[in-house]
Write a protein that binds this ligand. Sequence first.
Ligand code: CA
Length: 246
Amino acid sequence: MFGYSLSMGSVTVDQEQLYRLSLRPDFPLGRLGIGLDLELFVERNGDLGSRGWEAGSSTQTLDSILRKIYYVRYGRPNDAVYVKIGALDNVTLGYGLIMDNYRNTLHYPGIKKTGLQFRIANFAGTNIGLEGVINNLQDFQEGGALIGLRTFGYAANLEVGVTFVADLDQYSGLRDSDSDGVPDPIDASQKTAILPSTTTATAYPTTSTATTTTMASSTPMPAAASPPTLPPPCWDSTPITATPSQ
Ligand SMILES: [Ca+2]
């Protein structure tokens, strides 16, 4: 079944305020599915720019296409086998005591993370299930991802599950403007907040499990009208309608 969501919000690109309209359809291809993020930026004068749709060179074209891919999935969340790669918007492990409604899209589209989520309801016929999440595969390569695993089994009508969640490096999600390995908020050599120059969001920590659960709530970030001193929010998304994928 075809599903989609529509959102609009303001973003800051190169310190310029733009409106961003986004249509996110989910195209099912059998058990496979691909979620796209078709975006349009509206300049301050009301014009639609070509931002995000540049096709001047082959690299630009490829970037423009890859940018439209929101996620790729196999199956649906309640299927026997479910795998999703890309944007994760609503991940709850077990009964949500440790990871509840987590998403790796808090700073999307300024920062695009490639997450992995999987669930196997009956692993190798053992009546034991396994599910897990990695918030960002790029972080994982650097040893700093947020990972979660849960295994569960059934004894008659009793379900028993064990959940493990760890953030391997709480600083890995932070921006490090001068690439010295010390993220901006704790970098003594950087006395002032550094505005993002080319991206639209400022990195925040992926933090420990308890905090992550809080940050992962679906509450949009406040509008940029009254920015905090360090660092200022540059991304505000206000979904106006949302029809979950089926
Ligand atoms: Ca630094």
